[in-house]
Structure formats: C-alpha cells, structure tokens
Design a binder for this molecule. Structure first.
Ligand code: AMP
Ligand code: GLY
Length: 423
C-alpha cells in the first residue's frame, strides 16, 4: 500500500511518525513535508491545494490512500475532487459539504442549534441586516465576540471589550476587513471558562474518542500577547475527568454524529471539538474537520492502537469493529518558534543539537533540509514531545531536551502546562 500525506507541519510529522508503524505500507510520501517527514517517507514538492498535480502524482505512484492534514484542501473539496476524478483512491477527510463545519461558522452554528448541541448564543449578520446585528450586540454583556464566517487563517475572530468598538468592527468586517470570509459575521455571546480540545475519528456512522488535549495559543507566558497557531500542548487534560468526558460524549459527540447522518454528510475523518468547560459543563466553541496542531503532537503519541488500521476501517464504515487503546501516560509538547513569530520573522537559520535528544520525540514543523544541514523554514519550527507519569515529569523532559537545541532567535514558552498543575 502506498500513502500520500498532505501538509508540512508538526501535525503531519506526528501522523507520518505514527502510521509508519504499520508494516503493510510500501511507501509513504508527504506533500510538501518538512525536514523531519523525509525521515519517515519521501517529501514531494506539491502544494496541498493543487488537486490536479496531486492526482497526477497519485496515478504515477499507485497511491491508495490520501490523509489530509490541514483544513484548506478539505474545505476546497479534495474529497469530492477525487470521488469524481479518481474514485479508487480513498481520501480520508470529510467532503466539501461536511468541511463546512469548519469552513463556515454560520453553517456550524446552525448545525449545533438544529441538533441541540450546547454552544454560545449567536446571530449571523450580513450587509442586509446590520441593524439587527447592532441590536443583538446591545443585548449582550461584554466582551463581544465577532467571527468572520469563512476561513481567515486563524485571524477572523475578534474579542472586544467595548460596545462602541464592537459596532465599528462589525461594520469593518462586513466592509471587507477579512475579505470575503467576513461577508457574513457571526456575533456570539462570550463564554467564560477553561478551553480544551476533544478529538474523534469517525466513519460517519460511529466514532472512537481519541485522547483530549489543551493547547496554549498566546505567544507570551501567562497567556499574554498575540494569538499563534499554538505554542505547546498537554494530554490528557486533568480536569477532563470521566464524568466530564461522558457529558461531552452524550451532549456533543453523539448528537454531532447523528447530525452528520441526518444531513447525509459523507464524513470519514477526524473531528476536533474546540470546547469551553463552564463549571463542569461542556460547550462547543468551534468544530475543526482535522486534527489540531500542536495537539496532534501529544494526542497521536498516546494512541497505542494502529492508527492506519483505524483510518482504513472508516472507508467502508467498519470502525465499529475496532477497539482503540490509549496510553495512560501524559504527553506534553513545547513549540520552538522563530523570534518575531507570529509577526515578521526570519527563515534559514541552521538548527543544531537534534542528534543529542534522547528522551523526547522531535516533531519537525517549519524546517527544511539543505544538503546535510537542517534550517528553520517557518514560524513554528519544532515541537518537542515527551512522555511522563504526570504533567510535571513530561514537561521536565521536554524542557531538558530543549537545552540541547539551538538556532538563532529561538523562542519558546517556559510555562506550558503550569495552569494544569493545580488539578
Ligand atoms: P474560534 O476560531 O472560533 O476557535 O475562535 C478562536 C478563539 O477565540 C477560541 O479558541 C477562543 O479562545 C476564543 N473564542 C471564540 N469564541 C468564543 C466565545 N464565544 N467565547 C469566548 N471565547 C471565544
Ligand atoms: N491548535 C489549534 C488548531 O490546530 O486549530
């Protein structure tokens, strides 16, 4: 069997690292990959949204399965493209209609409302009903949450403390502040609690719950400064005890899967539930139709079962015949980023010391191979994952490993997981 994995981040490194355990694989390719994925397979220089090139490559290389890492190709319809042009290839991910759970906030809110899934109160607004939006804002308490309906590279959410600013920003968004993504704006009630992420793999009929995780989105310690793609993650989340996860399963996961079936959505893939825990009750902040990054770098290392076997079982909706085994150990990951990120940063610095890492797994993200050297090639550069019997020992391992690694202007948060030590 030959497999193509789409993407180039830490998430795709973790997926590739895991599935290569399966001995039925002949070849793994990663498009476009990074300097780490080429240790587990072969990188090919094709971009994730170039469906025609991907298809030509698949035909030439007898690809049987495509695993899609990021949301963009899913939202653009890669599953539908292959169904039409090359149905022999199994593309793991939801079709374009299902990917709207992430690709359209308006769609996902309507879906949650229809299936009684706990989420924040909301109103969708366009240029045609601005006044209704302004009236709705006036009924809410601060802070005010404004979201561009479409994908906006993680930047389409504004949280504003002041009503006047919220009204102005609503108009700015509708005027094109986030381009077409903001032509519809979802105004939401603010949910105050602790965030966490729960993941499932589904074949559209049934599901298996994967390890949960908490990520750290802000660039600065104590959750200050700009939002990033994620600066570190911990799995499992100690406050997500059995009672809480049972609530998530009954009030959120089961109705979501039922909704997919009722809406005839062809969904074989991962679902990432971004949740808020409000005094022990889970609410959905957002759906993502893929794994998280850096959550994958702690979730996937805790899956003991054969992940490829689980993925393949979704093709003919046979996931119910499988069991999933999870490692009880804690996993933590700390992201090493380029100084300046998430704003302007430089690329091309040489990374040294990786050969000295013995007690952690190094998942490459923004890296590239240049002859024998490994160079930085993005904002988030490496995810340093470690296991431990508890959060503290896992984190100690990650931070000890990091002492060996150097590149110019390297930055990382030193407080990943600190907020969880009290549980
Ligand atoms: P989203 O893209 O919908 O996940 O929003 C990005 C981030 O904004 C989330 O991870 C939360 O930290 C925050 N956020 C979004 N919606 C809300 C809400 N209704 N209440 C509080 N925080 C929110
Ligand atoms: N770490 C958040 C995400 O992958 O969307």
């Amino acid at each position: 069997m030959n497999i193509l994995i789409l993407g180039s981040g830490g998430r795709e490194s973790a997926i590739t690292w895991k599935i290569k355990e399966n001995t039925n694989i002949d070849k793994i390719f990663i498009a476009p990959g990074n300097a780490g994925t080429n240790k587990y397979g072969e990188n090919i220089n094709i971009q994730v949204n170039d469906f025609n090139k991907i298809n030509n490559f698949c035909i030439k290389n007898n690809i049987n399965l495509i695993i899609v890492g990021p949301e963009d190709p899913l939202v653009k319809g890669i599953v539908d493209f292959f169904k039409k042009n090359n149905p022999d290839i199994f593309v793991f991910g939801p079709d374009k209609y299902g990917a709207r759970l992430e690709g359209s906030k308006d769609f996902s809110k309507k879906f949650m409302q229809k299936y009684n899934i706990p989420t924040a109160k909301y109103l969708s607004v366009t240029n045609k009903n601005i006044q209704k939006g302004i009236n709705f804002l006036e009924t809410l308490n601060p802070p005010y949450v404004l979201k561009a309906d479409g994908l906006a590279a993680g930047k389409g959410v504004l949280i504003l403390n002041d009503l006047k600013t919220a009204k102005i920003e609503l108009e700015n968004m509708l005027k094109g502040k986030f381009g077409d993504a903001g032509k519809t704006v979802v105004i939401e009630e603010y949910l105050s609690g602790i965030e966490l992420s729960v993941f499932v793999i589904t074949d559209g009929k049934t599901y298996k719950i994967l390890p949960n995780a908490k990520d750290y989105k802000r660039i600065g310690e104590n959750d200050t400064g700009l939002n990033t793609g994620g600066m570190g993650a911990v799995s499992p989340v100690p406050f997500a005890n059995n009672e809480f996860i049972a609530k998530v399963e009954n009030k959120i996961i089961k109705p979501t899967i039922l909704g997919l079936q009722n809406e005839n959505i062809n969904y074989k893939g991962f679902i990432f539930f971004g949740l808020m825990n409000i005094k022990g009750e889970p609410f959905v902040i957002e759906y993502n139709v893929r794994m998280g990054d850096p959550e994958s770098e702690v979730v996937i290392p805790r899956i003991k079962s054969d992940l490829l076997d689980l993925i393949l079982s979704t093709k003919n909706q046979e996931l119910d015949s499988k069991t999933i085994e999870i490692d009880n150990k804690t996993a933590t990951t700390v992201m090493l980023v380029s100084g300046g990120y998430p704003e302007k940063y430089a690329k091309g610095y040489e990374i040294s010391g990786l050969e000295n890492i013995k007690n952690s797994i190094v998942f490459h993200a923004g890296t590239k191979q240049d002859d024998k050297k490994i160079l930085t090639n993005g904002g988030r550069v490496l995810a340093i994952t470690s296991y431990g019997n508890n959060i503290k020992t896992a984190l100690d391992n990650s931070y000890k490993s990091i002492k060996n690694i150097h590149f110019e202007k390297m930055y990382f948060r030193k407080d990943i997981g600190n907020d969880l030590l009290k549980y």
